[in-house]
Design a protein around this ligand. Structure first.
Ligand SMILES: Cc1cc2nc3c(=O)[nH]c(=O)nc-3n(C[C@H](O)[C@H](O)[C@H](O)COP(=O)(O)OP(=O)(O)OC[C@H]3O[C@@H](n4cnc5c(N)ncnc54)[C@H](O)[C@@H]3O)c2cc1C
Length: 514
């Protein structure tokens, strides 16, 4: 045990180390899964080392600059991947302490009870999970509290909850409230989105325009860095090693023996009793596949590793109301779940709709460089911007693959396009009727990996799943996976709260510390 990095008085962020670093539990990744695991383990007596490829995200003026964020891609730091069609793309995930939550939209809904059961779609089966909503329910409440979730519970599909939302909902701005009223006039039941922001008494969140897809300059977003990782390393038992990319999981006799990593250009080895992978669904699968060059991949006797990738089938829907500029600022407060379940006129669930962080001319300009900025600004000042998401079903051919030359390939064709088109149509019609006559839509492609999940799914049968219901690898006694890889289905709700609640559930079971 390299005691030097643990104990009272040692820095929470590890400095210089020997070539081999030892701990009881090594956690790869400090995003929603990894940071929550570290936070939940902080008082359990084990020495926990979190290994993070990125550094702390910089706090600087450009955090809130649409030009720097969208025009110059200042914070994008994912490596390029290749799609099934051979086209190179940069995925929308991030290497920072806190992972993708540093830039996330901070909407933290629970999956619904029905999402844990089987749902048959035209495009395939959304399979049942080996755990139920009830298994996660107490941890959803704990995660809402840790990440400072504000909500009203008025979503008509809101699942049973044993604890109320910890904080009051973020109020709609006046034009959004007006829109909500008009939607209610159509029989639609808009609700306040569950937002993870520090709007507690004395909290630092100022409800700015630059939250969703931006780094918070005030550390006032309920992200995994601020809410989980930094509090975790206040414990003498938890340490964080940044700028360290694990590139190989080494095994010996049915167990992981060590991790090989690149630390600022230096090779190091991490030896632990137990290992947790939480590198995100694409990178966790890529790491395990790359760890067995020429073979099937570590923990892959099922041949399921990397398969069943899901990302949600998503479209931006913007309704424009010509006239006065309503001066939207924090406009990500409204959700619509009226078509989340199968119902009149649709044999399939359609999905969820939620407002986005405010689009600006500069945001759109990055995707439409030919369009005059003045026109884009005019439209986006007068638009209400939504995100329609439909469940993406897990298909074995939608997968992460590592090729012999190391190329990382993502094969993905979005599923449920029929129900999704119907969702977008209903959203567009509702917006027009509510006084937004011009509606623009744009479906997202393979680059939109932000809701990635499913590449190492959990199950009771080792021939069809990668980890067991406790998220321990079927093939390796001392390996757990605790990020969105383990999802069996994606529902049509944002994934991060489920990642956190599941991590808390597994730590609470005692399996990691037994
Ligand atoms: C712009 C944006 C908006 C989003 N909005 C929402 C939202 O509103 N609500 C919601 O629920 N979700 C949202 N998401 C998705 C959400 O951020 C993810 O679901 C969540 O972060 C997933 O957690 P994770 O632990 O699986 O992965 P991550 O949080 O991505 O963490 C993975 C971590 O592992 C590290 N890592 C990767 N490979 C290695 C390696 N080889 N060695 C060491 N470290 C490694 C990464 O650097 C990263 O820190 C959004 C994402 C983006 C990008």
């Amino acid at each position: 045990m390299s005691e030097a990095i643990f104990g009272p008085g040692t820095p929470g962020v590890v400095g210089e180390t020997a070539e081999t670093v030892e701990c009881d539990i090594a956690v790869v990744g400090s995003g929603m899964g990894g940071a929550t695991v570290a936070w939940a383990l902080r008082e359990k007596g084990a020495k926990v080392l979190v290994i993070e490829r990125g550094d702390f995200a910089p706090r600087e003026y450009e955090n809130w600059s649409p030009r720097a964020v969208f025009g110059e891609n200042r914070y994008k730091n994912a490596d390029p991947w290749v799609g099934g069609d051979g086209r190179k793309f940069t995925p929308g995930y991030y290497h920072y302490v806190g992972g993708s939550t540093k830039l996330y939209g901070a909407t933290l809904p629970r999956l619904r009870e029905a999402d844990f059961g089987e749902i048959a779609y035209e495009d395939g089966l959304s399979p049942a999970w080996p755990i139920s909503y009830d298994d996660l329910e107490p941890f959803y409440g704990e995660a809402e509290s840790l990440f400072l979730v504000h909500g009203d519970g008025a979503d008509p599909t809101e699942p049973r909850r044993s604890t109320a939302f910890p904080y009051e909902p973020i109020p709609h701005e006046a034009p959004i409230e007006k829109l909500a009223e008009r939607l209610r006039g159509q029989g639609i039941r808009p609700y306040h989105l569950p937002q993870a922001l520090d709007r507690r008494a004395g909290g630092d969140c100022v409800l700015c325009r630059t939250c969703d897809a931006y780094i918070c300059m005030l550390d006032a977003k309920g992200d995994a860095d601020v809410c989980a990782m930094r509090p975790a390393i206040e414990s003498p038992d938890v340490r964080l090693m940044t700028r360290t990319a694990v590139d190989r999981v080494l095994t010996e006799g049915g167990a992981v023996s060590s991790l090989a990593a690149n630390r600022d250009g230096r090779r190091i080895k991490v030896k632990a009793g137990r290992y947790v992978l939480a590198a995100g669904a694409m990178n966790t699968a890529a790491l395990l596949l790359a760890s067995d060059p020429g073979g099937p991949g570590v923990a892959n006797s099922s041949d399921q590793l990397g398969r069943n990738y899901m990302a949600h089938t998503c479209t931006f829907v913007a309704g424009v109301r010509p006239g006065r500029d309503p001066h939207f600022v924090y406009h990500k407060t409204m959700g619509i779940s009226d078509w989340y379940e199968a119902g009149p006129g649709t044999p399939f669930p359609l999905g969820n709709i939620q407002s986005l962080g405010k689009l600006t001319g500069t945001t759109i300009k990055a995707a439409r460089p030919w369009a005059p900025t003045a026109i884009l600004d005019w439209f986006t000042r007068r638009s209400v911007d939504f995100f329609a998401q439909t469940e993406d079903v897990p298909l074995p051919e939608n997968r992460v693959a590592i090729e012999p030359d190391g190329t990382r390939r993502l094969h993905w064709r979005p599923t449920n396009l029929g129900p999704h088109a119907e969702l977008v149509k209903r959203a567009s019609t509702a917006l027009r009727k509510a006084g937004y006559p011009l509606v623009f839509t744009e479906q997202l492609g393979i680059e939109a990996t932000s809701h990635q999940s499913g590449t190492a799914r959990m199950g009771t049968d080792p021939s069809t799943s990668v980890v067991d219901p406790g998220c321990r690898a079927h093939d390796l006694d001392n390996l757990w996976i605790l990020d969105s890889s383990v999802f069996c289905s994606s529902g049509a709700m944002n994934p991060a709260l489920t990642v956190a609640a599941n991590a808390m559930r597994v730590v609470d079971s005692g399996a990691l510390t037994a």
